[in-house]
Each structure stands twice: as C-alpha cells, then as structure tokens.
Design a binder for this molecule. Structure first.
Ligand SMILES: Cc1cc2nc3c(=O)[nH]c(=O)nc-3n(C[C@H](O)[C@H](O)[C@H](O)COP(=O)(O)O)c2cc1C
Ligand code: SF4
Length: 476
C-alpha cells in the first residue's frame, strides 16, 4: 500500500491532484472565508436555540478521572481547552458512564448524584473559559455523553476486561475473553440499565447541560444492541426491538426531566473486525459475521445505510434533532473510525489511503443528510485532512453535506483551530495533528491520554518517556 503523507502535499493544488489521481471523492474550497457570516462562522438553529458556528468538539476521554469517577486537573484542562477552541457545539465532552460496571476503564467519569457537583463544575469551567475568550456563551451549546461500555467494560482494573454483551460474536468474544453466555445482559438487566440512563440524564440536567447524548456507537452497549439480530426477547431480532433500548431511554428522560434535549452519537455504518495480515496490513479477521454489523452490507467491508436511515427517521419521530455521526469502532476497525497514517499500538497498518476513510464518512453523512434534511448532522473523522481540513470542512457545509464539522484529535494538538479559522488568523502548522496515534496508544498501554508529540504540556510529562519505552518495546 503506498500513498503520500498529507504533510508532503505542499499546497491545495497538490492535495486535489492526489485526490483526483486516487479517485477519492471529497469536496474542496480553495479559499476559506472568515468572519461570522462565513460558511463555517455562521450560526445554525436547533431546538429553538442558536449554535454560534459550524465547529463541534467531539467527545474525547483522557482515562484520567478519579477512581470514583470525578474529574482531575487533567480532565479540567482538556475541558477548558474545549472552551477556548471557539467551537460553539460541545458534543458530550467525553464518555461518562451511567454506572460503575459500564466504565470503559477505572478512570472513566461516572454521572452519579455524588459526582454531579464536580461534573457541573467541569462544564462551568469550560463555559467560563469560553466567555473569557469570546465575550459570552449565549450561542454555546454543551451536552454530556452518557454511556455503558458493554463489551468494552473494564471498571475495576485497567488490564481486566469485564465485558457485558448482548449476543455472542465469534471474533469479538475471543478478543475480550467471553466463553459462554454469562456475559450477556438479560432483558430485566437491560430494563434496569434503561433506568440508570434516565437517572444519569436527570443529574446531567441538574449539572446544567443542555442535552445528553445517548451513545450508540463504537461497539459499546447501545451500538451493539442495534446489531443484535440474533438476540431473542424484547431487545433483539427485529429493528423495533433493537431500537427499544434507545426509545425507552428517550421516553424515560422526557418524563423525568424538564425539557432536557437528547442527541445520539451513532456509528452510521460498520465493518467486520479487522486484524493485522501480511506486513501487518489490516484484513477482515477470519470467522467474522457481517450480518452482525449495523449499517454494514453482506461483504463485511461495505456499507448499507438503509437501517441507519430508518433509525434516524425513528429518532426524528421521538423528538431527537441532532445526530453526531461516526463509524465502526476504535477497537475492531479503527481505520474506518479515526483514519490515521500511524496505527495505534494494538492496531494494524491502514489497508487503504486514510483519505479514503475520511471520504467514506463524509459521503455517508452527506447521503443521510440528503435523506433527512430536518436533522442536524455533525460529521467526524476530519483530522486526517490536516492542513486541508478547513478547505474540505467549508465545502461540506456549503454543499449541505453536514451541518457541523466535528473535531476530535485535531483539538488535542491544536485546540484553538476553530477560532483561528473563523478569525482568519495564521494557520499554526506546527500544531497540526499528524495522526501519530499516541493519544490512542497511551490508554491502550494504560497511560493517560493526551497529545504527547505536539502538546507542550504532555511533552513535558513523565508519561511521555513511559510511552516511548512501551512503543520501542512493541516495535521490536
Ligand atoms: C483519545 C481519544 C478519545 C476518544 N474518546 C471518545 C469518547 O469518549 N466518546 C466518543 O464518542 N468518541 C471518542 N473518541 C472518538 C472521537 O470523538 C472521534 O470520533 C475520532 O477521533 C475521529 O475524529 P477525528 O478524525 O477528528 O479525530 C475518542 C478519540 C480519541 C482520539
Ligand atoms: S497524539 Fe497528537 S498528533 Fe498524535 S494523533 Fe493524537 S492528537 Fe494527533
């Protein structure tokens, strides 16, 4: 597989030539406009509220909460950076578990009554930082992402998976050590979990969040339920049953809160799990089951948007107006989820030019936006565009292929990118994320996450040496 690094494409012309030569279909605006009336600077309305521009900060956890699920100084710093970014939509901050057994790691935040004050102050610090930089927060919208990590739960010890699943899956069971049916949630347990989401949403409203995200992506519980075709009972089999967890939670939140809004982060398509093949290049893992991918087709590495589209229609019927899109899972097919030049330590070499992965997400979202123009769509996976992110982002918004541009890794290395783009400030090339994947490798090696290569704060931390040593050992 050979393709150039984006940093080696010296200008927009070279970038576009590479796209054309590789038949990668991405829109591109040569001139990026600035100011509040520019395509990326313009506000957008949802739920009778104005969101002040078209940048959104995607949720990103740092594996750095306290053992009882409260934020630490590292968490607070990350949220303050989200506030100073200039983005007017903060999608969830980071994944916050609704109860202990659903934490993806023993340092994940936990939305309980006991933690409500601390999580409220985290939001407050973000808002205050935003106000310090931009004068006010009238058109800033901040939500909280609520989750149960399901198959990827590790609540007690970093190195000990304690998976809870919804159906058997040959490849994924093998990976997390599921050997029998005891890890599968019963219907009664899922009913209890529904109530736990509702309680957490009540706390989120009390903490001042405008909306909660009922997370349905990345292979975690909500997402796995959508693919639960083999599950018997109330939550499996038919489309209606697979969507029941979401619809019950939404109904419960509506009854228990005072008008708290609800959004969904959704993996809008999925592929089968990948593993390293020859030369460590990713291949679909043998034994995979394409029928258990939500939004995947029968080949295992293609998409079928019919069910995701049906789900979005259902969401609209139950009053949801915002979908934060993503794809696949960072655990079993990271190349479709967060395209990168350098894979994380437990990954595989990209089986395609990562720009193909960027385009796949953008085009899938454009198709869904076309089918559901009444919904507000946030796109993801833009970081790999690097220096050309603003050009593609503007073109996407102008062509109504998405309403808002989600930023993940890029804001870890270049937190003030949205403010720079909208104000027309100089592009800070040295802060551009080059997708080294250290922010993913670190937590996979049980080290707190952060941008160790580019963020001076993490560069100076002792964990950087630890990470270097682990990477050197893995490369041997
Ligand atoms: C360190 C790290 C932590 C993440 N944590 C979350 C999370 O808590 N919730 C979530 O929905 N996505 C999470 N993601 C995925 C991002 O929100 C985003 O979808 C992904 O990085 C692709 O966008 P990008 O190309 O802009 O990085 C995380 C990504 C990274 C790199
Ligand atoms: S560690 Fe920094 S440069 Fe590497 S992918 Fe993460 S944000 Fe980007």
């Amino acid at each position: 597989m050979s393709y150039p690094r984006v940093a080696s494409l010296k200008n927009g012309e070279a970038f576009c030539r590479h796209l054309a030569d590789s038949s990668i279909d991405l829109p591109f605006d040569e001139e990026v406009q600035t100011g509040p009336q520019s395509p990326l600077g313009r506000s957008v309305q949802v739920h009778d509220q104005s969101i002040g521009n078209r940048f959104c900060i995607l949720p990103m956890e740092g594996w750095d909460g306290t053992p009882d699920g409260k934020p630490t100084d590292l968490t607070r710093r990350r949220w303050r950076n989200f506030g100073l970014s200039g983005a007017k939509l903060i999608w969830g901050g980071e994944a916050v578990a609704v109860r202990h057994d659903g934490r993806a790691n023993p340092n994940q935040l936990l939305m309980t009554k006991a933690n409500c004050g601390e999580i409220a102050s985290l939001r407050q610090e973000l808002v205050q930082t935003h106000e310090e930089h931009f004068g006010n927060s009238n058109d800033l919208m901040v939500g909280l992402q609520l989750t149960h990590s399901g198959r990827y739960s590790r609540p007690n010890e970093k190195k000990r998976p304690e998976p809870r699943t919804v159906q058997r899956n040959v490849v994924l069971d093998r990976r997390v050590g599921v050997e029998d049916d005891t890890a599968i949630f019963t219907d009664d347990e899922l009913k209890q979990l529904t109530d736990d989401f509702i309680v957490a949403a009540v706390e989120a409203e009390r903490a001042g969040f405008t909306f909660v995200d009922v997370k349905h992506c990345h292979g975690y519980l909500g997402h796995e339920l959508l693919a639960g075709v083999d599950r018997p009972g109330r939550y499996g089999g038919s489309f209606e049953n697979r969507a029941r967890f979401l619809t019950d939670i939404v109904e419960g939140i509506r009854g228990a809160t005072n008008g708290l809004n609800i959004g969904v982060r959704l993996s809008v398509f999925d592929f089968v799990p990948y593993c390293p093949g020859e030369d460590r290049i990713g291949i679909p893992e043998p034994g995979n089951e394409p029928r258990k991918t939500f939004g995947g087709n029968s080949t295992g590495d293609g998409m079928d948007l019919s069910e995701p589209s049906r789900l979005i229609e259902l969401m609209h019927r139950i009053g949801i107006r915002m979908v934060c899109t993503t794809a696949g899972s960072p655990y079993y097919n990271p190349h479709i989820q967060r395209p990168a030049f350098f894979p994380p330590s437990d990954g595989y070499q990209p089986p395609e030019d990562p720009l193909v992965g960027v385009a796949r997400q953008i085009l899938a979202v454009a198709e869904l936006k076309k089918r559901h123009p009444e919904m507000l769509f946030i796109g993801s996976g833009y970081t790999y565009l690097q220096d050309y992110l603003p050009n593609v982002a503007q073109a996407v918004v102008e062509r109504e292929m998405a309403d808002s541009i989600g930023l993940g890794r890029m804001v870890l290395s270049y937190p003030d990118l949205p403010a720079d783009v909208i104000a027309g400030n100089d592009w800070q090339r040295k802060k551009v994320c080059r997708t080294f994947s250290d922010c993913t490798t670190a937590p996979r090696e049980w080290i707190v996450s952060g941008c160790y290569p580019l963020d001076p704060f993490y560069k100076a931390r002792e964990e950087r040496e630890q990470l270097k040593a682990v990477k050197a050992k893995l490369q041997k």
